[in-house]
Ligand binder design. Sequence first.
Ligand code: 5GP
Length: 190
Amino acid sequence: MESLKQKICSEGTVLSEQVLKVDAFLNHQIDPKLMQEIGHEFAERFKGQGITKIVTIEASGIAPAVMAGLELGVPVIFARKYQSLTLKDNLYISKVFSFTKQTESTLAISSKHLNANDHVLLVDDFLANGHAAKALIDLVGQAGASIAGIGVVIEKSFQSGRSTLDAQGYRIESLARIKSLEGGKVTFLE
Ligand code: 5GP
């Protein structure tokens, strides 16, 4: 998606060879017009698949997921993060290791919102090593729901998430694929 790539080049900051900061339009301040285009692009790529729900993780997945949900006409569920959980009734629960915070947290989705009749599109802001996607897949699996695919705003293709999920047979649609962040420079795959 050309407008996204341009935005990454003009407003993104390479923090290290592993981490890209996009606080100017996705992770802190949000560019609504760009999010709308992102939602449209996800909907184009996944339309006609019988998707009934979009599932993402708070907080940064919510903006692109909501825009995709608006375009596809389906509800959006965000898995909520807890440090610990005492009340576990009627919840699907999974652990996730955070790439940026380097800590583990607990994710939960209420069983009220997701069940075996659902066909789910997973959406997230970044794909790095695939831990977030793995946790979402686990939560959707606990509900007995099926997965139509995974929509990623920014994929860092040099990390392991893409190949792991490809090997598991998931359809992944990434709107910007980054080949490298070496030398403080963003190089795209395609
Ligand atoms: P993964 O779970 O695939 O290893 O990492 C994806 C998650 O970590 C995303 O939900 C995202 O919040 C965060 N993340 C991974 N890499 C980056 C990055 O380079 N920049 C930012 N801002 N977040 C990242």
